[in-house]
Ligand binder design. Structure first.
Ligand SMILES: C[S@@+](CC[C@H](N)C(=O)[O-])C[C@H]1O[C@@H](n2cnc3c(N)ncnc32)[C@H](O)[C@@H]1O
Length: 273
């Protein structure tokens, strides 16, 4: 791909289709803060042993792996080849078998009613036609099938770094990189528009007291800084100051980062749960 060719938003050749993106997600999702949120979100599905579950936008297969470890028959779908390859490795390393599929959230390559349940985690914030994707997922679920949708409300991101105005500018620029920065709070609205019955809500705060170490923030900020640099939406001297304040407040023990992650369980009409 030449320097002038814009990257696709997802799929082959996108920023998701790189070893760096795979490594970043695996790193961030192995941190204690994110592990606790993942297990609480999966709990919303209840017992899943033997259920056929489609994990859409599976990334490197962390949710797919954990669903399979709970006994589900999992198909991990992602549009990025690097993510699908990583999902197979993740499952094999954990000693579970999963199927992997190429596909797009708005056009799933499966017949009607093929799955008992589906998961869509940290994906809908990137999907311009969110309601269309939820309708397409409903199509491949059996009547009464379950859908777990989880995403972040990036407008709730806040940094305790001793400079609230700078933290606010970083948040605004971060939100502007997303098709739906407010996906977390909009999930129930989109689910209802797509014809689901909303069944349960699990809002959780992702909280880090360390900006630079083995935390969600430590793994994720580096990537966002590069993105903001490329977009030119925050001057370099402000990004440098933000980095410096993050490091200084972490060393002083006063750094905080919080953001709300929403998990919603919904069901397609009809059938039995
Ligand atoms: C932030 S990652 C989330 C990975 C995983 N669900 C998790 O939470 O661990 C987003 C993933 O969604 C995939 N993706 C983005 N848009 C997609 C779409 N329209 N259809 C299928 N996959 C998509 C990307 O390739 C990427 O792997």
């Amino acid at each position: 791909m030449s320097a002038s060719t814009p990257r696709p938003a997802h799929g082959a050749g996108s920023s998701w289709d790189t070893p760096e993106a795979v490594e970043r997600i695996i790193g961030a999702y192995a941190t204690a803060d994110v592990v606790a949120i993942r297990q609480a979100q999966i709990d919303l599905l209840g017992p899943i042993a033997g259920a056929a579950i489609l994990d859409i936008g599976s990334g490197p297969g962390i949710y797919a792996r954990d669903l399979a470890l709970r006994g589900a028959r999992v198909t991990a779908l992602d549009s990025a080849p690097a993510m699908r390859a990583a999902a197979l490795v993740e499952a094999r390393t954990a000693g579970v078998a999963i199927d992997v599929a190429d596909g797009e959230a708005n056009a799933l390559p499966f017949p009607d009613g093929a799955f008992d349940a589906a998961t869509l985690v940290q994906v809908i914030e990137y999907v311009p036609d969110a309601v269309g994707a939820l309708r397409e997922i409903a199509r491949v679920l059996r009547p009464g099938g379950a859908l777990l949708v989880c995403d972040t409300d990036w407008a709730t991101a806040s940094w305790g770094i001793g400079d609230a105005a700078l933290a606010e500018r970083i948040k605004q620029a971060w939100c502007a990189t997303k098709p739906h920065y407010d996906a977390g709070r909009r999930i129930p609205e989109w689910l209802i528009a797509a014809g689901y019955h909303v069944a349960a809500w699990e809002p959780l705060v992702l909280a880090n007291a360390d900006a630079v170490g083995d935390t969600f923030h430590g793994h994720t900020w580096k990537t966002y800084r590069r993105l903001l640099e490329r977009l030119g939406t925050v001057p370099t001297d402000e990004l440098d100051r933000f980095d410096r304040l993050c490091a200084e407040t972490t060393a002083a023990g006063s750094f905080t980062f919080t953001v709300t992650r929403h998990g919603w369980l919904a069901r397609t009409p009809g059938g039995t749960s």
